[in-house]
Design a protein around this ligand. Sequence first.
Ligand code: IPE
Ligand code: IPE
Ligand code: MG
Length: 226
Amino acid sequence: MAQGTTARHVAIIMDGNGRWAKRRGLPRAMGHKRGVEAVRTLVRSLKGGAIECVTLYAFSSENWKRPRDEVSDLMNLMRGFIRSDLEEFAANGVRLRIVGDWRALDPDIVEMLEDALERTANGTHTVAVALNYGSQQEIARAARAAAEQGEITVETIERHLFTADLPPVDLLIRTSGEVRLSNFLLWQMAYAEMMFVDTLWPDFTPQHLQDALDEFAKRERRYGGR
Ligand code: IPE
Ligand code: IPE
Ligand code: MG
């Protein structure tokens, strides 16, 4: 397989907001707030770039286990973010996608997201946000849907994943030094290149993404061949 290829689909596990805040003696909520700012800067930087799709892990199916206050802070940040940034995203050619069981979120958020999806439907590059997302649940659901239609194969399962119309993940980046996937895009990352960086998510900049892309370009992908 050729080297020097560009990543079409980059997936990011945005981890480390809590530790970012803790190191500064700040409440966790402040870490999440700065995390949102890092998302804003990153999404802005995608304009005119070569990446077709970025998928951002924002809230996992397992994150409901966190204290109620933290969950509610995260949901409120989401509301605020859509309100403040949707216009700019749409103007910049972002096509928003949501992966996960997002329709189970609070009704006002569901409504805001429906509107956001509609308003960005004609964008040129995709920003997919994983919300209430768990990969095992997604695969089980897709397998069930495939079975109902008759046949369980790689192709029929794939057709029922949230990411059905997105390219496979080329590059995964996880921030904060943790080396695990935490139930994120397990199927879609079958042949993804993975990078685990120590930077905490609020400190992650477009330059960090560029560094990862430069490293990606040097990797040899084989897909089992030789
Ligand atoms: C990532 O930061 C944000 C979400 C999971 C929503 P964390 O809140 O997991 O931060 P750490 O891992 O505790 O530092
Ligand atoms: C993964 O981070 C989920 C998101 C970044 C949204 P977590 O912080 O929830 O993962 P674990 O618990 O450390 O595996
Ligand atoms: Mg974490």
